[in-house]
Write a protein that binds this ligand. Sequence first.
Ligand SMILES: [Zn+2]
Length: 143
Amino acid sequence: MGLVTLADCRWCAPARPDEIDLGIRIFAGQVSDAYFARRSFVRGYAVVVWRGRHVVEPMDLTIDEASRFHCETLIVARAIRDCFRPPKMNYLTMGNIEPHLHTHVTARYPGDPGDGGPLPAGEPPLLDETRFRRDAAAVRALL
Ligand SMILES: [Zn+2]
């Protein structure tokens, strides 16, 4: 695992840009930012990033922080669902490569690359730029 130190943590940097390599920010909550990903196996994938102090594990949040983070994650998930109408949503909190609390919120469809299980672990394909921006804007409009 490529664990980083706090000094290297990009999520703890003071800047909160609207667009980064990961994608476009579609939501700025009280405790999180959500980025619509420009690489994805499916239509409708965002990463919700905790924006408080450096925290790796969700169990290190206070009850109030955990509640807020979870609620904001669900707000983003609801917008993705309402936008793309997938039959199922997945929530994945790992942080093995980038150990700052974040949750992957992913739409799931029958016949998608992880049909019946998790999506593949490799790097997802880069989305068509026009479609990526249009989809990000559509989800952001619901938030
Ligand atoms: Zn951090």
